[in-house]
Design a protein around this ligand. Structure first.
Ligand code: F6P
Length: 344
């Protein structure tokens, strides 16, 4: 009998519980025991675990967040932590691990794999910036939330003849901004992949005004960079365990510049964690479920060091090493489609 540990690391994401449920249900078929490791890698450092049964995952499919908690703990950061991880794996009799997370969580999984720990990864992030998989679960839900926000901003923008700036998540890649911007008919989409020129943006807004469109919607990813500044705008100087500074503020920054240059009333909405909370869409529930089942099948076949991925409509195994080697940027082709509607 196998004892499998499952953990969720990094920012939470709609669909995490659907993966956990699928991992537990599939494992039960093989008579394996599933240990839920609490709060990501921190649970392995501190030895915080709970046994997951059929009963504990009942009813969690539509629930947002993660029933086992998450954290941004990096066990390779503090001296002695990785030894504690190895000790706890032994102490709790864990034979294999399922790590559900983004590039940070999965880069830890890769390191553990190279140290001989049997492990497989499941790609999670609302940002959709993990390589080797066409989609990560959570992304579709975030896009739906942002698209609804753009629709709602349209009616108030039009009524007040304002520019509305909507700041969305997307640290290294502007997938959420691009896809929801296309879906919601945004007039500007600013993403980390293409540093923006504020004069060009204002020039376009002016063209719209001259044509009689007295309002505009700008969607900006938190990691978008103004060309003239040449650096990211941060919400705080605090770094997490993986060295990431907290982003935020680019929306307010742009709004101020637009008001100064165009003398038009501008308002900012920062959607923040609303994009990550709540129930997953049907698409994310199904994708998360398929990923969870496929992860257990990889363990069954002892194919460790892999991540489950979506390619076409198939779930396939890819090398963890390849998946974490670089982040997946927005397709130039897709962004070019979005640009047709900017009119610049
Ligand atoms: O999940 C990834 C992400 O959504 C990033 O886009 C964002 O920078 C980050 O999470 C913020 O998360 P937290 O506030 O939990 O650190």
């Amino acid at each position: 009998m196998k004892k499998v540990g499952v953990l969720t690391g990094g920012g939470d994401c709609p669909g995490l519980n659907a993966v956990i449920r699928a991992v537990v249900r599939t494992s039960i078929q093989y008579n394996w025991e599933i240990i839920g490791i609490k709060n990501g890698w921190r649970g392995l450092v501190e030895g915080e675990m709970e046994l997951l049964s059929d009963y504990s995952v009942s009813g969690i499919l539509p629930k947002g967040g993660t029933i086992i908690g998450t954290s941004r703990t990096n066990p390779f950061k503090r001296e002695g932590d990785i030894e504690k991880v190895l000790e706890n794996i032994k102490k709790f009799g864990i034979n294999a691990l399922v790590a559900i997370g983004g590039d940070d969580t999965l880069s830890v999984a890769l390191k553990l794999h190279t140290m001989g720990i049997p492990i497989v990864g499941v790609p999670k992030t609302i940002d959709n910036d993990l390589s080797c998989t066409e989609y990560t679960f959570g992304f579709d839900t975030a896009v739906s939330i942002v698209t609804e926000a753009i629709d709602r901003l349209h009616t108030t923008a039009e009524s007040h003849h304002r520019v509305m700036v909507l700041e969305v998540m997307g640290r290294h890649a502007g997938w959420i901004a691009t896809v929801s911007g296309i879906a919601g008919g945004a007039d500007e989409i600013l993403i980390p992949e293409e540093p923006f020129d504020i004069d060009e943006v204002c020039g376009h807004l002016k063209q719209r005004y001259d044509k009689g469109k007295k309002f505009s919607i700008i969607v900006v990813a938190e990691g978008a960079e103004p060309k003239h500044l040449g650096s990211l705008i941060f919400g705080s100087k605090e770094k997490d365990d993986f060295g990431h500074l907290r982003l935020g503020g680019v929306g307010h920054y742009i709004a101020k510049l637009i008001e100064e240059r165009m003398n038009v009333e501008t308002r900012v909405t920062v959607l923040g964690h609303v994009q990550r909370g709540g129930t997953p869409t049907a698409y994310d529930r199904v994708l998360a479920t398929r990923f969870g089942v496929a992860a257990v099948e990889l363990l069954k076949n002892e194919r460790y060091g892999k991540m489950v991925a979506l390619r076409g409509n198939k779930i396939v195994p890819v090398e963890l090493e390849e998946a974490v080697s670089q982040s997946k940027k927005v397709d130039k082709e897709l962004y070019d489609i979005a640009k047709i509607f900017f009119g610049r």
